[in-house]
Design a protein around this ligand. Structure first.
Ligand code: GLY
Length: 553
């Protein structure tokens, strides 16, 4: 979703004096005001952070269809206050059992354009429904009925489209013209969608009703599974009943590292986010950032270099660890960070092997919840690109993901995100594609003090990094931290620094250019949100770049 430049610039200006959202008890922050309402109501009615998060996840599948989902997957970091422990929930999609390394190549070994993006082959086996049931089984307190009902109500009664959403549906009309049910749902046959149109999703409402009444089984081994599989087998897709039945959610330990006096915990494999965040913070720790003001030339040069190292390693070494043995300990060690820091300080030119570069995607969505007892949820989930594959499984209202494109589909050839790829992230049956999603919780003295996350494709990780530094180095409040202009470097294209419009001054741009950097003005990078815990309560911050909302009380 793109917003007009003028609007974006105004948002950035407004953000400089924007206040964060203060509360003494609990805060919910999501991409859509109706989902935030749902999450806040669950808390008011006595639910905990997990209850609220599950209700938000189902609600976003209705009100934020470009990224909220039942047909996709994601990651949740959950801090349980009673246990004083953080858990990482992996409900990432996985490749169907019939998937093969070369499934998106023609007989000459060339990539078949768009096959991994906009076809029935593009979908991985979805994890969201099982993920939400798993976390609820373990930590929820309210009935699943209570948590799914708000989403059902909105789907059946409809909700008013914002100008942004109406414009987006119209923009993606070509993508929805695919012969699947998305044509009747997301295309208005009579005229373009307009702001204020009431958007009703009857099939999705019925699907959610079935899940409410029959539980997750109906999605993975019942009538919904049968509908998905029938549509997929009629249209050349690979997902079978066995794929759905065998799908597993994993509860893992998060990956954690120390940055100064803080402990930063984030998502392990199959996300690259946690490893990259810790690696970058380890390197940055070797520099006295108090010498660099925010977005000064020295600061940007340092960040760009650090990002470049992390993304080079990401491309070569990271993939689903159940299939590829990534050197995680080395990548996240202080010793390795010291070696890289010395290279940066020496000014030595660093050569990099050809690897990956990305284009940003704004298709994922993040939400954060903290409840009265101090339980914390940091959740990022996605369909991959906006509206995923664009395919709605017949009779279900469920938009299916195109997460297969997050694999390296052919060595040496960039996929949608610019992935040139390595063996670490090649397609294998049941493997999960490498992700950049980085739901993160930061601890001080054994207790959480901040949660943060963002959509933004490859820019998720650098967005989260800068939000953390904005708070802990540049003394910004959470609102300022998520709204401040960002930069991005992703190793390749070499020496290329991405900036936001009006994000850094013309003098600094000139200075970077004179030192051999290519400056590319991008759209906006990520749509971050987070919550900070202070002595006097909770502060929620939503990004000024898009429609986001926070409720605290
Ligand atoms: N599909 C985007 C990501 O997982 O990073």
């Amino acid at each position: 979703m793109q917003m007009g430049w003028k609007v974006f610039i105004i948002f950035l200006i407004v953000s400089s004096c924007a206040k964060d959202n203060h509360s003494n008890n609990a805060v919910v922050v999501t991409r859509h005001h109706l989902a935030t309402d749902v999450g806040a109501n669950i808390l008011r009615e006595g639910g905990n952070a997990v209850d609220s998060a599950v209700a938000v996840a189902f609600a976003l599948a209705v009100v934020n269809p470009s990224a909220g989902n039942l047909g996709g997957g994601g990651f949740m970091l959950y801090y349980d206050a009673k246990k004083n422990k953080t858990f990482a929930l992996d409900y990432r999609e996985r490749a169907p059992q019939a998937a093969t390394e070369k499934m998106f190549l023609d007989k000459d070994g060339e990539v078949i354009k768009n096959l991994s993006l906009n076809s029935y082959l593009a979908a991985g086996v979805p994890g969201t429904v099982k993920g939400m049931f798993k976390i609820h089984d373990l930590f929820g307190s309210k009935s699943m009925n209570d948590l799914i009902s708000p989403a059902i109500k909105i789907a059946k009664k409809g909700f008013e489209l914002s100008a942004f959403q109406a414009e987006n549906f119209n923009k993606y009309e070509k993508k929805f013209s695919n012969g699947s049910d998305s044509e009747s749902i997301f295309i208005n046959a009579e005229r373009d969608f307009e702001e204020g149109d009431v958007f009703i999703q009857t099939d999705l409402g019925e699907t959610l009703d079935l899940i409410k009444k029959q539980g997750q089984e109906v999605f993975y081994n019942g009538i919904i599974a049968e509908k998905i599989v029938a549509d997929f087998s009629n249209n050349g897709g690979l997902i079978t009943i066995e794929d759905l039945k065998d799908y597993r959610v994993f509860l893992k330990d998060p990956i954690c590292g120390d940055y100064k006096e803080y402990e930063v915990c984030s998502m392990p494999s199959p996300s690259s986010g946690g490893v990259a965040i810790i690696q970058m913070l380890n390197i940055i720790e070797n520099f006295d950032l108090s010498e660099y003001s925010h977005n000064s030339i020295e600061y940007i040069k340092l960040l760009a270099k650090v990002m470049s190292f992390a993304y080079a390693d990401r491309s070569k070494y990271l993939g689903d660890q159940n299939f590829f043995n990534s050197p995680i300990e080395k990548l996240t060690s202080k010793n390795y960070a010291n070696i890289i820091s010395k290279k940066i300080k020496s000014g030595e030119k660093v050569s990099v092997e050809p690897g990956i570069y990305f284009y940003e995607g704004d298709q994922t969505t993040h939400f954060s919840v903290i409840d009265f007892d101090g339980n914390v949820v940091s959740n990022t989930y996605t369909l991959n690109t906006a509206y995923g594959s664009g395919i709605v499984a017949k009779g279900t209202g469920i938009l299916m993901n195109n997460e297969m494109d997050d694999f390296s589909i052919k060595p040496g050839t960039p996929n949608f995100w610019g992935l040139v790829g390595s063996k670490a992230n090649s397609i294998e049956p049941n493997k999960r594609p490498l992700s950049s999603m980085t739901p993160t919780i930061i601890m001080y003295d054994g207790a959480p003090i901040m949660t943060i996350g963002s959509p933004g494709g490859s820019k998720i990780i650098t967005t989260v990094l800068q939000c953390i530094l904005n708070v802990f180095i540049h003394d910004m409040n959470i609102k300022q931290a998520v709204c401040a202009p960002r930069i991005h470097h992703q190793w390749l294209p070499e020496n290329t620094v991405y900036i936001e419009p009006n994000g850094i001054s013309k003098d600094i741009i000139k200075n970077l250019q004179s030192r051999g950097h290519t400056i590319k003005t991008y759209g906006y990078m990520g749509v971050a949100n987070g919550i900070i815990i202070e002595d006097d309560g909770l502060y929620g911050g939503t990004d000024c770049r898009d429609e986001t909302s926070a409720i605290g009380y």
